[in-house]
Design a protein. Structure first.
Length: 327
């Protein structure tokens, strides 16, 4: 069987690996200790936070067909959130819901979907790939110390575009196009509160501030009861302050979020910051995945389509359709 190494255990990598596992010998290599990539969840004591993707929608038939059984199995559930628009500290009104594609979340946290999809796959985790080199017979994935992580006939890179560009060998046919895809930054502040603020909404989209989003994460289905808020910085502000000290970032975000909630959030029991250097990609009109049959290299991920969970699925399925004709 052809050996395929998939770099990245986010949604794209896991969906692709599952699609190919009957026709190829697939190994998924992941750098971090959790699964699901930017569909990420952290637990601090009694508080739980989805600090990456907040929710997702299923707008295409293909993604709906994928999500439907997951809802039946209790891996995914709707999040009936009241979302409001806020500008200059004032609530402007409720965001109209998309009846056809309600907000969905994974259970018991966003990374629950990654964990579910990884079951039964061959996985090497906590193994960051530093380089992909060819040794005449096959590809070798090497770590920082040049130790071999795995060998394969085909390599698929599903890391965010700037990281994928660094990993893809120079002669990969789509390398130039991948290198041209930018991704925006995002600070995620996680606040665990002893007392729940009196809010008549579960999430707020914010304008005219350093922050653009607050979610009462503990209002999602299947979460622990302890009140957890997730606050996201705007992409411009996050990018401009990416390398500043956490205390400075936290105090600006806490002040901005306190103005929206009307509560003194500085008294939070838990306060943790996460820096997403590569959070979201803009909508693209190019191919939904990249494949170079001569070099036996490929790449996919949300950034091939746009910056959403559904895009990661669409890109992985597009690549799976191409590879199924070749493998
Ligand atoms: C703050 C934030 C908020 C978001 N909000 C939403 C939202 O509300 N709705 C929505 O639909 N989408 C949202 N998104 C986007 C959504 O999370 C992504 O579209 C989706 O999760 C991307 O999946 P992916 O598999 O393409 O990439 P990823 O999830 O990034 O997976 C790539 C994987 O590759 C691994 N990797 C990278 N480099 C290496 C290496 N060298 N070696 C080994 N492994 C490596 C990474 O650790 C990661 O696990 C948000 C993202 C962020 C960051």
């Amino acid at each position: 069987m052809t050996r395929v190494a998939v770099i990245g255990a986010g949604l794209a990598g896991l969906v692709l690996a599952r699609r190919l596992r009957d026709r190829a010998d697939v190994t998924v290599v992941e750098k971090s200790r959790s699964l699901g990539g930017r569909m990420a969840t952290r637990r601090y004591g009694r508080y739980q936070f989805d600090h990456g993707a907040q929710y997702f929608r299923a707008r295409t038939e293909a993604f709906r067909a994928f999500v439907g059984p997951l809802i039946k199995q209790g891996v995914v559930a709707p999040w009936p959130a009241r979302v409001v628009d806020v500008a200059d500290g004032k609530v402007l009104g409720e965001v109209a819901e998309e009846a056809e594609a309600p907000p969905l979340v994974a259970l018991p946290g966003m990374n629950g979907l990654g964990r579910h999809l990884a079951a039964g796959l061959r996985l090497k985790w906590q193994r960051p790939v530093a380089r992909v080199v060819h040794n005449r017979r096959c590809w070798r994935l090497l770590d920082e110390d040049d130790a071999v992580v795995t060998e394969a006939d085909w390599v698929v890179v599903t890391a965010p575009a700037p990281q994928a560009h660094r990993l893809l060998p120079e002669d990969f046919a789509g390398r130039g196009a991948v290198g041209a895809i930018g991704m925006s930054a995002c600070f995620a502040l996680m606040l665990g509160l002893r007392r729940k603020p009196l809010l008549d909404w579960q999430a707020a989209r914010i304008r005219g501030s350093e922050i653009r989003w607050i979610a009462v994460d503990s209002s999602k289905p299947g979460r622990p009861a302890a009140c957890s808020l997730v606050v996201h910085g705007t992409s411009d502000w996050s990018k401009a302050h990416m390398d500043e000290k956490p205390e400075q970032i936290e105090s600006v975000m806490i002040e901005a979020a306190s103005e929206v909630t009307g509560d003194r959030l500085g008294e939070a029991e838990i306060c943790r910051l996460h820096r997403w250097r590569y959070a979201r990609a803009d909508t693209r009109t190019g191919p939904a995945s990249f494949v170079d049959p001569d070099r036996r290299l490929a790449a996919c991920g949300d950034w091939c389509v746009d910056g959403r969970v559904e895009a990661a699925f669409t890109s992985a399925m597009d690549l799976a359709a191409s590879l199924e004709k070749i493998l």
